[in-house]
Design a protein. Structure first.
Length: 544
């Protein structure tokens, strides 16, 4: 009888570890929430400017992952190692570019949300439309993340999928709704550490299982893009109708556009670096997070390639989970799954918090009920967060009814295509505002609307590659915004103070980021050179 009890305990030990983690997060979240809920509404919604660059960087890393962890493993399973190049813009371009130009404007304009900048620079209409688009994007990503988490717990432990979904939403919702952003950011620092441990462990085991460097070098399997799975160079397909995921031309066009959009427009990310102690801390955090993001994802891509070689017949979206189940012992596996749950919760809490803040600050308290008291702001935020949870629960059945994941296509690809259809518009409107003093509100607003409609049409009624659609959207908004501005009077330079790189009283443009962090100059050179070297050395190694 005793042996039977031990056997039963071993079969459920991973479930016990994960359940214990949920209990710990609930308890810690409860005490942090009690401590932080006494702060003012600004701190409740933004976290206050208290985070060091290391702390902010870790929360950014946590936000950058899942559902991207399993999704990127599936991408590598199907397409190969080269898809890392679409993430690599977070090393060689987007962090230092955002730190050089955008962070300084955000800091000096004293914005709380990214759409707030658009009202100051253009008009309330631009802010409202942008906020609405951003909320749709965040809730869509939130629904996908919660669904993935429920599916993961269902597949690993045979937990009821709806029970799993409700646990994840209730846990993240609890400490975000009660404790606000500061509680969320504090928990995300530790959850980011757990995530990194899991990624390193899974990547290393996948690396060993496939035979190390020599095993990867020996892979001759051709991915969906027509290049070997071990190649780091994207396929050279210049067709606008290419069916390839991120061919070479899109790395330098759409991937840059989407990377900037995700970092500087997405309030889920901006909410984190705006909580930094200073402009310099925010800049350093972005560089830190960008480098960590890419090198950590290398482990996810190695896991995907390893699983394609070892188990080519499994579903792409199951590759990460299968590696966990097949190559780790009971107990260790449970601890690593905790890292995945940490990634899920850090994404869920960030998306829930940022979507609610946008709906409250940029729509409800701005247009519907202005002049809310401190208590009213907190109450409205909590009610909006509860409403978002309800909306997510209504959306999830769409995923459940979809009939599962295709062997030829990963669910993450579908999500990326959707995000790609709007990201070009989001970053274009910010570039018009920050880099050009001549651009006007009406022209930029019209450009944004035309870009949205054009993207929807091209994505749904043509055969254009979604990455090219995003690039076309971006160029359309930029051109219409610039040309249209010559038909109306622009704002005066005094009205644009602290809103463009050319109108800052304390620093002469355009390279405004050097004032707060002179050391950024080194990273602008070192990061692109380092990544180019890594890519060339890797490609030379696998081909010789």
């Amino acid at each position: 009888m005793f042996k039977n009890c031990i056997k039963a305990m071993n079969s459920h030990i991973d479930s016990i570890i994960v359940a214990s983690y949920f209990v710990i997060i609930f308890i810690v979240g409860f005490f942090l929430s009690r401590k932080n809920r006494k702060g003012d509404s600004s701190e409740f919604l933004t976290g206050g400017k208290t985070m060091t660059w290391k702390q902010t960087g870790m929360t950014l890393v946590a936000m950058m992952f899942d559902p991207g962890i399993m999704g990127n493993t599936a991408l590598a399973f199907l397409w190969g190692f080269y898809v890392v190049q679409w993430n690599a813009v977070n090393i060689w371009f987007t962090p230092w570019f955002a730190g050089l130009f955008f962070i300084g404007i955000y800091w000096r304009s004293k914005i709380v949300t990214t759409p707030e900048y658009l009202e100051k620079r253009f008009n309330p209409a631009a802010r409202g439309v942008f906020s609405f688009i951003m909320v749709i994007m965040l809730i869509s990503f939130l629904s996908y993340g919660v669904y993935n988490g429920g599916l993961l717990l269902n597949k690993l432990f045979d937990w009821n999928i709806w029970v799993s979904i409700i646990i994840l939403l209730a846990l993240a919702g609890f400490y975000v709704i009660i404790g606000g952003v500061k509680t969320m950011l504090t928990l995300d620092i530790f959850q980011g550490i757990l995530l990194l441990i899991t990624m390193f462990a899974v990547g290393i085991v996948g690396f060993v299982a496939v035979g190390g460097f020599e095993g990867i070098k020996a892979i001759t399997i051709i991915g969906k893009g027509g290049v070997p799975l071990n190649s780091i160079i994207p396929p050279n397909d210049f067709s606008l109708k290419s069916a390839i995921m991120y061919p070479t031309p899109t790395i330098f066009t759409f991937c840059v556009i989407a990377g900037l959009s995700w970092i500087v427009c997405n309030f889920g990310m901006a909410q984190r670096f705006l909580a930094s102690k200073s402009e310099a801390h925010a800049q350093k955090a972005l560089v830190f997070a960008g480098v960590f993001n890419v090198f950590t994802l290398l482990f996810a891509y190695i896991a995907g390639i390893a699983m394609h070689k070892l188990m080519p017949d499994i579903q792409p979206d199951a590759s990460f989970i299968t590696l966990l189940l097949e190559y780790f012992p009971v107990g260790i596996r449970g601890l690593l799954i905790v890292g995945l749950m940490a990634a899920l919760l850090s994404t869920i809490d960030g998306l829930l918090s940022s979507a609610a803040a946008l709906l409250n600050l940029d729509i409800y308290s701005r247009f519907i009920k202005p002049g809310l008291s401190e208590k009213g702001m907190k109450t409205a935020t909590a009610i909006i967060q509860i409403a978002i949870v309800a909306i997510v629960l209504l959306i999830i059945p769409v995923y459940l009814d979809s009939g599962g994941i295709s062997y030829e296509r990963s669910a993450y690809e579908v999500l990326l295509e959707f995000l790609g259809s709007i990201m070009g518009v989001l970053i274009a409107i910010f570039i018009l505002g920050i880099f050009f003093t001549r651009t006007t509100a009406k022209a930029s607003f019209i450009g944004m609307l035309v870009g949205i409609v054009l993207g929807f049409y091209l994505l749904n009624f043509t055969e254009l590659n979604f990455a090219h659609v995003g690039t076309i959207q971006f160029l359309t908004v930029i051109i219409l915004g610039i040309v249209g501005s010559f038909f109306e009077k622009p704002k005066s330079l005094s009205e644009l103070e602290n809103l463009t790189i050319w109108t800052l009283p304390d620093v002469k443009g355009p390279f405004i980021g050097f004032k707060s962090w002179p050391g950024l100059k080194i990273w602008i050179i070192a990061l692109p050179v380092a990544w180019l070297t890594i890519s060339l050395v890797w490609e030379w190694y696998v081909k010789n």
